[in-house]
Design a protein around this ligand. Sequence first.
Ligand code: NAP
Length: 254
Amino acid sequence: MVVDKFSLAGKVALVTGSATGIGRAIAVALAEAGADVACHSRKTGDAADTVETVAKLGRRAIEVSGDMAEVATPQHLIDGVIAEFGRIDILINNAGMIRRAPAVDFTEDDWQAVINVNLSSVFRLSQAAGRKMIEQGSGKIVNIASLLSFQGGITVPAYTASKSAVAGLTKALANEWAKLDINVNAIAPGYIATNNTAALQADETRNRQILERIPAGRWGDPDDIAGAAVFLSAPASDYMNGHILVVDGGWMGR
Ligand code: NAP
């Protein structure tokens, strides 16, 4: 039955940045589909609510914590997941940040911070999870990209550079690992109402301009991304490799 191919029963997932927003919605959705979930937060305790929600669904849930800006964090997270669950089947690289400033004023610190968290940590974590998945003989990695994996954006040069690179990294890893039954894909969310876009939502002009361009006529909700994440984590997408799945209320088609 095709519906069985969307089941994540018996799978173990790690979702980074799952205390809030899109990551939280994905962690809960993976649990609803049957997965046990390691919920990552920057600070221990921040993902407690997500952990509790996952546990209430009857799944095993733990919190793993660490600053993704630290080089050692990704391996520490994978070690924590393996210590608790003994394996990792699904990695959702969701944690991310944004800094806004015109290119001429953009500071070196902001550039390094965004590239490090949004791109370098995604590579480090994929590498650490990938080693384990290769050993296991299967795995699913889903990177959270952006419309700015395709477009330039406005006064977010480091964010655009990082998310465009995440799209490239998705394809590079997919090319290496597809034959090993490890699927690497990405989701490019449109404009989703979260902390990440609070400044845009609060800016009356930008908010109106954004809404005018979205054919669906509304901001996305984190739950709008959850179905795509379950799909790319499940056997239903076993023949998808290196794909960037846009979930944007029609923005890119306009
Ligand atoms: P969000 O609620 O701000 O979620 C971002 C998460 O990443 C937070 O839990 C945050 O933790 C975590 N994070 C950031 N920097 C971290 C660090 N150095 N170490 C550990 N954790 C860190 O916003 P969101 O919109 O759900 O963002 C999730 C992902 O979707 C991001 O990759 C974002 O770029 C992407 N995205 C969002 C949109 C949108 O419209 N909202 C569109 C396209 C792509 P803290 O709360 O501790 O900072």
